[in-house]
Design a protein around this ligand. Structure first.
Ligand code: 13P
Ligand code: SF4
Length: 303
């Protein structure tokens, strides 16, 4: 089907079924274009929990659609590409976490939203990259077990020096790939540009950044800044909104390797197909959902 016809058909199906389409900032440009809301994990979770639509088409990866289902159990949540996963989320299982928890009795278990519902169900509180500092600062206890992203965990641990933060050995294969040498080179090439990075980057890269934030926060920072040039240290999908919001500014991607293959699986065709066939529905066991929701609710209460 031609692009225009595909977009028209998606919109017709969307209205017929009272559906909304949400897209993460890493989605392909044409998918972001048709979404009712484009944002980071936090903004999309909140939106899914608080709107009247019957159906949510989640253009993102599996853990994100699961989070929508945890928060909005009465809605049908469709993931256009069911095998769009997050390799970092897969680096921790509920079983392995149960074992690890035995080593840290009394520690508060914080899980990054990039984790499965089963893992969330084992945790005390959830966080996203936009609120992780607030979340760890809200914890009264002295010890934390942070899963699965060791880079985000390491970054937020600096804001709670009085606490012991134990890190799971997980990481994002896309952000982790970037090496300090290439960052130094691009900084050298564009001396007048600010470096904005995602906290999933390795510590030595976060250290040389001018700003660290979630995808939405990076976009907001660049949009509000008086500076005209930026080196962007996160997945290339954010370039779409950055360029749309700031036609007078210049953006350089920190590394050409910043592409998440799972995020790029969703296409207009798969969005159309999901709405047409009502397949690829996210289902969760009620017991897991309720336990996972506690961790997400506790996060939402303080942010
Ligand atoms: P944000 O919450 O910043 O959108 O990040 C999600 C993600 O998967 C980053 O790799
Ligand atoms: Fe997961 Fe990294 Fe892709 Fe984000 S960019 S979805 S953390 S693999």
């Amino acid at each position: 089907m031609e692009k225009d016809l595909l977009v028209k058909s998606i919109n017709e199906l969307k209205h017929k079924h009272n559906a909304v389409i949400v897209a993460h900032n890493y989605q392909k440009d044409e998918v972001q274009e048709i979404a009712d809301l484009v944002g980071d994990s936090f903004a999309l979770s909140k939106f899914c929990a608080n709107n009247d639509a019957k159906i949510i088409v989640y253009c993102g990866v599996h853990f994100m659609a699961e989070s929508a289902k945890i928060l909005a159990p009465d809605k049908t949540v469709l993931l256009p590409e069911l095998d769009a996963g997050c390799p970092m989320a897969d680096m921790v299982t509920a079983e392995a976490l149960r074992e690890e928890k035995k080593k840290y009795p009394g520690a508060v278990v914080v899980c990054y939203i990039n984790s499965s519902a089963e893992v969330k169900a084992e945790c005390d509180i959830c966080c996203t990259s936009s609120n992780a500092i607030k979340v760890v600062q809200s914890i009264k206890e002295k010890e934390i077990l942070f899963v699965p992203d060791k880079n985000l965990g390491n970054y937020v641990s600096q804001f709670v020096p009085e606490k012991k933060v134990n890190l799971w050995n997980g990481f994002c294969i896309t952000h982790h790939r970037v090496k300090l040498d290439e960052v130094k080179k691009i900084k050298e090439l564009h001396k007048d540009a600010l470096l904005l990075v995602h906290p999933e980057c390795q510590p030595e890269i976060v250290e040389v950044a001018d700003y660290v934030g979630s995808t939405k926060q990076i976009i907001e920072y660049a949009t509000d800044s008086d500076c005209k040039k930026f080196i962007i240290g996160t997945e290339m999908g954010v370039m779409y909104t950055l360029k749309q919001n700031n036609p007078d500014k210049t953006f350089y991607l920190m590394s050409q390797g910043l592409i998440c293959p799972n995020m790029k699986k969703t296409s207009l065709e798969s969005v159309y197909e999901a709405l047409r066939s009502m397949k690829n529905v996210i289902e969760l066991e009620e017991d897991i959902r309720i336990r996972a929701k506690r961790a997400l609710d506790r996060m939402l209460e303080i942010t």
